[in-house]
Write a protein that binds this ligand. Structure first.
Ligand code: NAD
Length: 467
């Protein structure tokens, strides 16, 4: 397995957790292995007429549930090892939050900033075409979503390409994270960051666990540092601040900034859009080393950029008592050990960033049901609440104001139902994982893997092995 470092790390975490389960060794090997690995190369014509060869992957890790599901990443770091590791993490993540998909992941090895919109569209559509040709995409086969470097636009191009080549009634469900106008769902863009917030909140609300860490319960008043103000990082920060936490540090690609007094997130985003970075933002100190803000004073550190950011070089200097892994694989095995020894709580990636796939699941359900959540029941619910309120008015002599009525008699629309489903999922999964942590006296990462192995293992045991 030379060269497979990230995948090896995921498997090492799996092996650690497998000791607390009773599955047959062969079955455990089957659970760990990647079922299908697709490596493709294709040419693209650039705006200047030159031809460039592009390298890309799609890996389906586990077919124990179908379709398989996982994001598509655009980055120069994309390679086979990374895609395999991330696809395996997707299997375990889906299991932890009870999302009925197998894991998958895709990636194109490009630096997005070097291409025009037209070139990016060509690359994306050609990649989608290759996936269609090889049966690596479809609402019942494999369903991509956004990841690092991709968003609704790329998903829209993929769906359009799929539609050109398929008459599948459920075609909209071939990809999630697409624009709402194309069958996407309200709340998907912010889902991963929103889930990160729900997960950290659940951890902070546990009085016993906070006491062990020497922290007061609740998110309010806690200071936090974020690495990577992209989709996940920005939304996680937004909801943390809304709940009363204080953003004191940010690391971005150009460097890092710190302010004990707190950083205005919206103004910083405007500044980032104007200048392309965060360094030099008014009222903050720009730190010399780009990642040194990870080591600054704060209660919670949220790595939301890429893998391997907390490692043996910096783990010993990190002061945060809670590490909320919003990115995939941000902590190396060695980094994890060092942080764990210090007694800090690591909320693992294969739970904490599952909000994206959870809401993707809701989007896929919406697509195959061909109806928006809330469309059938919203008015009915509102009318029922109004009837109850009118009875209360009659018997109590209390007249509700228009404002009270619209607040109390509000039915759930798509955005509200998605948010509520996401919150429920993140809370349940956290408590399930935390119970396993205490039962086996392990850390949360191992507990998440135990939970995943048990859920995937039961299915493998029941379905047996196809001859
Ligand atoms: P994104 O491209 O929107 O944002 C990433 C941000 O990180 C960018 O602003 C980039 O400039 C910054 N960055 C890159 N390298 C950095 C470095 N060395 N130091 C500091 N900042 C750096 O990507 P995203 O979708 O927010 O994904 C971030 C992480 O979350 C990835 O690990 C991804 O796999 C994971 N994730 C994303 C989703 C999703 O729904 N988008 C779901 C689950 C997990």
């Amino acid at each position: 397995m030379k060269g497979y470092k990230f995948y090896e790390q995921v498997n090492a975490a799996f092996d650690e957790a497998a000791q607390y389960t009773t599955y047959d060794k062969g079955l455990l090997s089957q659970m760990k292995i990647c079922n299908d690995v697709l490596h493709i190369t294709f040419p693209v014509e650039l705006d200047n007429g030159k031809i460039e060869v592009i390298e890309a992957w799609r890996v389906e890790h586990s077919h124990h549930k179908m379709p398989t599901k996982g994001g598509i990443r655009y980055s120069m770091t994309v390679n086979e090892d990374e895609t395999m590791a991330l696809s395996a993490l997707m299997t375990y993540k889906c299991a932890v939050v009870d999302v009925p998909f197998g894991g998958a992941k895709g990636g194109i090895k490009i630096d997005k900033s070097k291409y025009s919109q037209r070139e990016l569209e060509h690359i994306t559509r050609r990649y989608a075409f290759e996936l269609i040709k090889k049966n690596f995409i479809g609402p019942g086969t494999d369903v991509p979503a956004p990841d690092y470097g991709t968003g609704a636009q790329e998903m829209g191009w993929i769906l359009d390409t799929f539609r050109q080549m398929s008459t599948d009634l459920n075609a909209d469900g071939c990809v999630t994270g697409k624009p709402v106008e194309m069958g996407g769902i309200r709340g998907r863009t912010e889902a991963t960051g929103r889930g990160v917030y729900f997960g950290i909140k659940e951890a902070c609300d546990n009085k016993e666990d906070m006491k062990e860490l020497g922290l007061t319960p609740g998110i309010e008043g806690k200071t936090f540092v974020i690495q990577g103000l992209g989709n996940v990082g920005y939304h996680a920060a937004l909801y943390m601040i809304e709940a009363g936490a204080k953003l004191v540090g940010v690391a971005e690609i150009d460097g890092s900034i710190y302010s004990e007094a707190g950083i205005d997130l919206e103004k910083l985003m405007e500044y980032k859009a104007e200048t392309g970075g965060v360094t030099g933002f008014e009222g903050t100190e720009t730190l010399e080393k780009s990642n040194s803000v990870l080591e600054s004073d704060c209660d919670i550190l949220i790595p939301a950029a890429l893998e391997n950011q907390i490692n043996e070089e910096n783990a010993g200097k990190i002061k945060a008592k809670i590490i909320g892994e919003a990115a995939n694989g941000p902590t190396t095995a060695r980094g994890h050990e060092i942080i764990k020894k210090r007694g800090a709580l690591i909320i693992p990636d294969n739970y904490l960033n599952a909000g994206g796939v959870t809401v993707s699941y809701f989007e896929w359900l919406k697509n195959i049901q061909h109806v928006r959540f809330g469309r059938m029941g919203k008015r009915f619910e509102e009318n029922s609440y109004k009837k109850i309120l009118s009875v209360i008015e009659t018997i109590s002599d209390r007249k509700f104001t228009e404002k009270e009525l619209s607040f109390l008699a509000k039915g759930g629309g798509e955005a509200e139902l998605v948010d509520s489903g996401l919150e429920e999922t993140m809370i349940n999964a956290y408590n399930e994982m935390n119970e396993l942590r205490k039962k086996h006296d392990v850390d949360l990462r191992t507990a998440a893997f135990i939970s995943a192995i048990n859920k995937v293992g039961t299915i493998y045991e029941r379905m047996g092995i196809f001859p």
